[in-house]
Design a protein around this ligand. Structure first.
Ligand code: FES
Ligand code: FES
Length: 157
């Protein structure tokens, strides 16, 4: 076990964790931030995506200890009080959500993409999201939702 100090969604958390604990383990099992989903645990599906210093990463293959000192953002930290993040609002407006299981990972992946490339083309969004799998939607509305948020210039990190 080791003591870790992690800053998640702007709040500092001091926790005890196994040396081998992944960031996903800590988020879900220690901090009870279950918006970040767990599935393949081998960087294949993208549902566990969070932002580390603004970059999208798979939390299932990232050691929590590697994240000390970083700004960790999860889906729970995207809205500003009652005001949804532009990507969240756009997913609703574009009807891009079905069962919802992939959506936190999609939104965090999209947020990382838009941090790097604020006005991506449709094809660049497709490519940027290709590591995050959805079993329901067929992807078109998801890509449209990301493009809608980006084109409106409403995305703020
Ligand atoms: S659970 Fe992390 S990529 Fe699938
Ligand atoms: S909305 Fe169901 S997996 Fe994507």
């Amino acid at each position: 076990m080791r003591k870790l100090s992690l800053t998640v969604n702007g709040e500092r958390h001091d926790i005890d964790a196994e040396d081998s604990a992944t960031l996903l383990d800590v988020l879900r099992l220690k901090l009870f931030l279950t918006g970040t989903k767990s599935n393949c645990l081998e960087a294949e599906c993208g549902v566990c995506t969070v932002l580390i210093d603004g970059r999208a990463i798979n939390s299932c293959i990232t050691l929590a200890a590697q994240c000390e000192g970083a700004d960790i953002r999860t889906i729970e930290g995207m809205a500003d009080g009652d005001k949804l993040h532009a990507l969240q609002q756009s997913f609703i407006e574009c009807d891009a959500v079905q069962c919802g299981y992939c959506i936190p990972g999609m939104i965090m992946t999209a947020a990382g993409l838009l941090n790097e490339k604020p006005n991506p083309s449709f094809e660049e969004i497709q490519e940027g999201l290709c590591g995050t799998l959805c079993r329901c939607t067929g992807y078109t509305k998801i890509v449209q939702a990301v493009q809608h948020a980006a084109q409106d210039g409403r995305v703020r990190q």
